[in-house]
Design a protein around this ligand. Structure first.
Ligand code: UD1
Ligand code: UDP
Length: 383
């Protein structure tokens, strides 16, 4: 029997887990690979929830999370923990995803051990070092380390080409669209009681999330105040906001938004509930990266609560608007979508610039090609 290629996927936060889960499953199903997972545990509860939904478990778990952890503590704890794991597991390749501190430290640990890195969701850029912070620098540094770059879109891959990044690049689509094949279902019933009490037929639902570090402080205060005003001005609307477990975010959300009848602050949802809730929404307001990819695929307009985005594709397609972090602008854009049916209709169309649900197959094919298991380079995703 020929030796299997040992692939170790390293991830630790909720979005990485959601986007890596279908890839881990694809690798495990193929005979040319042995697939193992090293969890950093940068997120504890939110990571475990994703693993449970996708019925996955980690082979290693660094369990690094601390309350109000600093960027340095995430990075150093991951780096030191991975030294030992790599010595033991001896993988042929390490996969990391996106732009978190787990991603950066995971890639750096692989580099120190001269293990080739595959970077999933490569080439997203704002070209502003401090926004998103620290993600822009994390993903840029990982591009210099990686041997294989799996870009969701052509524009992402062109960024890497312009930067003369070394290694092999592939356009694969985003694995989040693959993940949605597991989660979104007709007739889905919620376990979270609040979500079964809402009237999805006669009332409109806005789904809100907000957590980015560069929004901490004044921008987040502005965002929360805008959301409160939207709720107060539109009693016919329900706002559901599953609040991130970050203590900074929870304090800001509860101080600004508690006690408003049509704002429902709830704990983070598992990914099945979240995706099915978004599928029933009228509008999404968020600073999340993942939601900017998922909502357009469901035909839901998105107001992005940030100054810039590294995901311009859906903005160009017209389903996402950059609302910024000023109270008045956010309010005006939300009111426009709530009060002007023509404007709503212009934005509410399903577009899929981010993937066709086959990203994981393309990534696995590319890895097999890199290790000489097949002569054929996979075709690029072309929406
Ligand atoms: C991290 C990523 C960010 C990503 C986000 C997704 C970095 C620097 N940031 O930011 O890119 O968009 O995850 O959500 O990598 N906490 C819990 N339980 C959990 C998860 C978090 O208690 O399951 C709390 C802890 O107190 C932790 C804090 O949230 O210290 C912040 O978590 P952290 O991973 O440092 O930052 P995020 O804002 O989640
Ligand atoms: N998500 C979830 N439960 C929630 C909020 C978000 O499962 O309560 C999912 C969401 O659908 C998306 C991912 O988490 O797939 C996005 O994660 P997050 O916003 O934390 O990070 P980002 O994408 O901004 O890095």
């Amino acid at each position: 029997m020929t030796k299997k290629i040992k692939i170790m996927s390293v991830f630790g936060t909720r979005p990485e887990a959601i986007k890596m889960a279908p890839l881990v499953k694809e690798l495990a199903a193929r005979e040319e690979f042995e697939s193992i997972c090293c969890l950093t545990g940068q997120h504890r509860e939110m990571l475990d929830s994703v693993m449970e939904i996708f019925k996955l478990s980690g082979d290693y778990d660094l369990n690094i999370m601390q309350k109000q952890q600093t960027l340095s503590s995430i990075t150093t704890r991951t780096l030191l923990g991975m030294d030992e794991v790599i010595e033991q597991a001896k993988p042929d390749m390490i996969l990391v995803h996106g732009d978190t501190s787990t991603t950066f430290a995971g890639a750096l640990a692989a580099f120190y051990h001269k293990i080739p890195v595959g970077h999933v969701e490569a080439g997203l850029r704002t070209y502003d070092k401090y926004s998103p912070f620290p993600e822009e620098m994390n993903r840029t540094l990982v591009s210099d380390i990686a041997a294989l770059h799996f870009s969701p879109t052509k524009a992402n891959s062109e960024n890497l080409r312009r930067e003369s990044v070394q290694g092999e690049g592939f356009i694969t689509g985003n694995t989040v669209i693959d993940a949605m094949k597991y989660t979104v279902r007709d007739g889905f019933t919620f376990q979270t009681a609040k979500l079964n009490e809402l009237d999805y037929v006669n009332r409109r639902l806005i789904v809100v999330t907000c957590h980015r570090r560069e929004n901490y402080g004044e921008p987040m205060e502005n965002i929360m105040q805008a959301i409160r005003t939207v709720a107060e001005q539109h009693p016919d609307v329900d706002i559901v906001y599953p609040v991130h477990l970050s203590p900074v975010v929870r304090e800001c959300a509860s101080r600004n938004l508690s006690g408003v009848e049509n704002i429902h602050l709830i704990d983070p949802l598992d990914v099945e509930e979240m995706h099915n809730l978004m599928a029933r929404s009228y509008l999404v307001m968020t600073d999340s990266g993942g939601l900017q990819e998922e909502a357009p695929a469901m035909g839901k307009p998105v107001l992005v609560l940030r100054r810039e985005t590294e995901r311009p594709e859906a903005v160009e397609a017209g389903t996402v608007k950059l609302a910024g972090v000023e109270r008045e602008t956010i309010l005006r854009l939300a009111n426009e979508l709530l009060d002007d049916p023509a404007e709503y209709a212009r934005m509410a169309k399903a577009v899929n610039p981010y993937g066709d649900g086959n990203a994981c197959r393309r990534i696995a094919d590319a890895i097999a090609w890199y290790f000489g298991k097949t002569a054929e380079r996979p075709c690029d995703f072309n929406p």
